[in-house]
Design a protein around this ligand. Structure first.
Ligand code: SAM
Length: 261
């Protein structure tokens, strides 16, 4: 017998229509299925409709109007966990996937997360509930000054799509995720330059800046880190199809020296 829900999802372009139908039915609990299906058929990302995304076995809250964390961002989270931070800050945090995964893996870590958009910050607050975490509305500006020179890991999946390429993105991102979550400026590196330039004032000597980037943009991201006095290396994970730059503040750099850079 034809499953009408699967047929509607397939007609709307959902490649994994059977899987999606099962997830939507489970989430709806038999009550609000039609509402969820209408949103999905209109092109809203599945995770946003369900209200959650799962990364490394952790369910994170997501919703309309926020960026849905991608699996590739596990590269940042895993590199952050490997650094065993006592204090981690996730900039441009969205719903704070990196901070949440690190908080789960490293009990006792103090995490801060910041973003200019209050919509994902509400969900970030929920995703960090039960952990030693705080969220702030901005980039660096709202961070407690007491964190200057103290941060072990600064992680940022900031927008890095070059402005001209946004028109070529799939509608799920282009239409349903906010432009300010995607648009990284002319070469995609505007936010990388801002983050790298400020990072030495906030990292402790030996602390690590982690920035998600693309294969093509990685040399540019690394160069912005080097220009800020950090020692960068490019990380690549083929299985996750993920690229990041890991840049260390040299151990000899004092917060005072860094602040004058
Ligand atoms: C690509 S999304 C990534 C979100 C999250 N890090 C993740 O991986 O799911 C980029 C995020 O940066 C935020 N953002 C963009 N420009 C910003 C700025 N100038 N200051 C702070 N946050 C910014 C957006 O609101 C968005 O949530």
């Amino acid at each position: 017998m034809t499953d009408l829900l699967v047929a509607r999802l397939r007609a709307a372009g959902c490649v994994f229509a059977e899987d999606e139908a099962a997830l939507l039915r489970a989430e709806a609990g038999g009550v609000r299925l039609e509402d969820l299906v209408v949103r999905r058929v209109a092109g809203e990302p599945l995770e946003s409709v369900l209200g959650w995304v799962e990364l490394d076995g952790m369910r994170l809250r997501v919703g309309p109007g926020c960026f849905v964390p991608r699996r590739r961002t596990l590269l940042l989270a895993r590199a952050a966990i490997a650094a065993s931070p006592s204090t981690l800050v996730e900039l441009c945090c969205g719903v704070a996937p990196v901070a949440a995964l690190v908080a789960r893996a490293r009990p006792g870590v103090r995490v801060h997360a910041s973003d200019l958009d209050p919509v994902p910050l509400e969900l970030a607050r929920a995703n960090l509930a039960g952990h030693d975490g705080a969220v702030h509305r901005d980039l660096f500006a709202a961070l407690p000054p007491s964190l200057r020179g103290q941060i072990d890991v600064l992680a940022a999946n900031a927008p890095y799509v070059p402005t001209e390429q946004i028109a070529m993105m799939p509608p799920e991102a282009r239409v349903h995720e906010p432009a300010h979550a995607l648009d990284g400026g002319r070469d995609g590196l505007d936010l990388h330059r801002r983050v790298a330039a400020e990072a030495p004032r906030w990292l402790r000597p030996g602390g690590v800046l982690l920035i998600e980037t693309s294969v093509r943009q990685a040399p540019g991201t690394a160069a912005t880190c080097a220009a800020a006095g950090l020692d960068p290396e490019i990380l690549r994970d083929e299985e996750l199809d993920a690229t990041a730059v890991r840049a260390v503040l040299p151990a000899g750099a004092s917060p005072e020296t860094a602040a004058t850079r």
